[in-house]
Ligand binder design. Sequence first.
Ligand code: NAD
Ligand code: USQ
Length: 386
Amino acid sequence: MRIMVLGGDGFCGWATSLHLSDQGAEVTIVDNFARRDAETELGAESLTPIVPLDERLDAWHAVSGHSIGFRQIDVARDPQGLRDAIVEIEPTAIVHFAEQRAAPYSMRSPDHKRYTVDNNVSASHNLLSILAEVAPATHLVHLGTMGVYGYGANGKPFQIPEGYVSATLRSGNHVFEKEIMYPPDPGSVYHMTKTLDALLFYFYAKNDSLRITDLHQGIVWGTTTDQTERDERLVNRFDYDGDYGTVLNRFLMQAAVGHPLTVHGTGGQTRAFIHIRDTVRCIELAIDNPPATGDRVNIMNQLTETHRVRDLAELVSRLTGAEIQYLDNPRKEKAENNLLAANANLRNLGLDPTHLSEGLLHEVIAIAEKYADRCQFSRMASTAKW
Ligand code: NAD
Ligand code: USQ
């Protein structure tokens, strides 16, 4: 099986590339190093040291005997380069991670908003238009986000479905029963780009019969997979700064470096979570179970559990003795929400969920402790406000 991994130098993409290569797939990474450029822009590197990609790939070949290919292509700005690569490689599936993925980064300034929309929407649309032209049978697996749904149904006990919901539409005296995509309710420009992606996928599945899986993933935590721990040069990213660091990994590293745990607002926000080890398994399951030509977009929710932010802070504090700091929330989001989300599709395909456990939390803390001297305390604060 030949797989192209767009965004394969990033956090989820790197772990996925190694996992698929380990399973025997011929993997080619496509990346433009935008994430490494953002590190320079923000003055905040991954807590774990990330060596240049060619060294990462050499290390993987040395420990596994497998080769992973690489093409440096800007998927959003170089459609010809992307088209040439797809024609040459003839991939069975393309996994698309190549987007700007941080909500705070997307809200830093008008320029950051424009960059995030231009980059993410163009990347997805370039890919779709190329697939329609030269590779309509290729399965596209895209990483969406649970944030497309908003988080919960205005306090009502309602389970967020996997993409589609049956609706009764009323207009005047007319009533129309229809299964529709769950109404989008993004909370940042970044999350909005994923709702725009979803509409692009809807159109190309309908018009060009493209085979598309959209995985609405929760917040990924952890950093290590079976493959990344085989050599220090294979270590995965550990983003902790106020833009790219996500909440649970931030709390764990804050505890490790002696920084108070930064809870936004009351910490009553409930969010979906998944460990990086399950992310890579979900992508494998999605690749192995493509929709048929002519099917609607296959939407699956990629999460294993939900947690309230202040419960996570209290748990980490109990485990480590770290102090909790309740900060004014820099984001426009509900102070408190319940979240009930369906996730049966991936489980039915064989996902055996990894649940948050003290052992796994300690594993992340140990990695953060190992690289604690690389922490830049000045980059801890979330400075983007909206
Ligand atoms: P990341 O920033 O670590 O990786 C993204 C990669 O894509 C980077 O290597 C970047 O250089 C590359 N990239 C960006 N724009 C590109 C372009 N125009 N051309 C080529 N390469 C480009 O992000 P991540 O955490 O690995 O997330 C990957 C995907 O998964 C994103 O689409 C994100 O929205 C989604 N996701 C992530 C999480 C999470 O918690 N990390 C949760 C849900 C969904
Ligand atoms: N939060 C804190 N303290 C912190 C950081 C965050 O309380 O130090 C809070 C935020 O205010 C928010 C929640 O924790 O209420 C989650 O924030 P986050 O930064 O961990 O996650 P988010 O911005 O939603 O984005 C991340 C990924 C994104 C992915 C999304 C999945 O960066 O790529 O799409 O998680 S989801 O949250 O399900 O939409």
